[in-house]
Design a protein around this ligand. Sequence first.
Ligand SMILES: Cc1cc2nc3c(=O)[nH]c(=O)nc-3n(C[C@H](O)[C@H](O)[C@H](O)COP(=O)(O)OP(=O)(O)OC[C@H]3O[C@@H](n4cnc5c(N)ncnc54)[C@H](O)[C@@H]3O)c2cc1C
Length: 289
Amino acid sequence: MQTPAPTDYVRATSVDDALAQLQKYGDEARIMAGGHSLIPMMRLRLARPEMLVDINDLDELKHIKIEGNEIVIGAMVRHREVLDSPILFEHYAAFRECEKVIADPVVRNRGTVGGSFCQADPAEDLSALGSALRGTVVIRNAQGSRTVPMREFHYGPYTTQVEDGEILTEIRIPIRPGAGSAYEKVERRIGDWAVASVGTFVVVKNGVVEDCGIGLAAVGAPHYSAPEAEAFLIGKEATEENLAQAAAIAADHCDPASDQRGPADYKKHLAKELTLRALRRSVQSSQGA
Ligand SMILES: Cc1cc2nc3c(=O)[nH]c(=O)nc-3n(C[C@H](O)[C@H](O)[C@H](O)COP(=O)(O)OP(=O)(O)OC[C@H]3O[C@@H](n4cnc5c(N)ncnc54)[C@H](O)[C@@H]3O)c2cc1C
């Protein structure tokens, strides 16, 4: 593999310091978090930043905590910490299921939540789950911060609302009492990126779906989400028939590409089947099964 082109490097001491460095170097600077996506891209010369702003020392971005009715996840939280988090597991078991199938322990020990969202790979598992849960992201720049719905954060593959001179600082996930959640993924081999994956949550009250969210990765679902399927299911009885219909609508909404991971029609089939399985388990968990 190639070595990256020469670059300068600075280790930020705070978010304010990182923002100052980003401002100083403009579009020549790139933030480095875990480096698991950025460094391979630099080796392939797909990215050639002149200045790397390393944010690994920023303890202010390493929390998982509850604020009001939201779970707040700092951008520098590692995959392994998401996997092990009792807070996330208590409210959304899907986080643990999702993290178990992201790469391998080496990548999970280093790769971060913020880096994953900002990389915006179409097969990115956490982005699918974040969209399913209708989270928000907090972006900071020198002027202040703004909060953006997860479903508006990604413009498309590898592009997000984070502009030059900005840092994603937090992901915020609403807590929904009684919600059940699940994550399903098909990969060619353990640790690989998804052929297709789906995260869901469902809140069932008296047999009726009160709320739900569906997020899909690697199958060309705009903003990793399936709003038509959610709209169909909300207010309906949580029957197998209705879940299957919602899964079919979600798959219809996808536009996967044929590639080395499989043909488009196979991926569409997976989108439907995995959505059904995830919805089914979310319903069971919401009903306390
Ligand atoms: C072998 C391998 C297998 C993998 N398999 C999977 C998988 O199955 N599923 C999956 O979802 N992912 C997978 N990944 C990706 C992994 O999840 C990485 O952790 C993730 O892509 C990037 O996180 P990072 O912290 O390493 O980011 P980096 O590589 O440091 O950064 C990625 C991009 O985000 C920007 N960035 C980082 N943090 C911020 C921030 N706070 N604010 C603004 N911009 C920021 C960087 O400038 C860069 O452009 C895999 C990676 C590898 C190497």
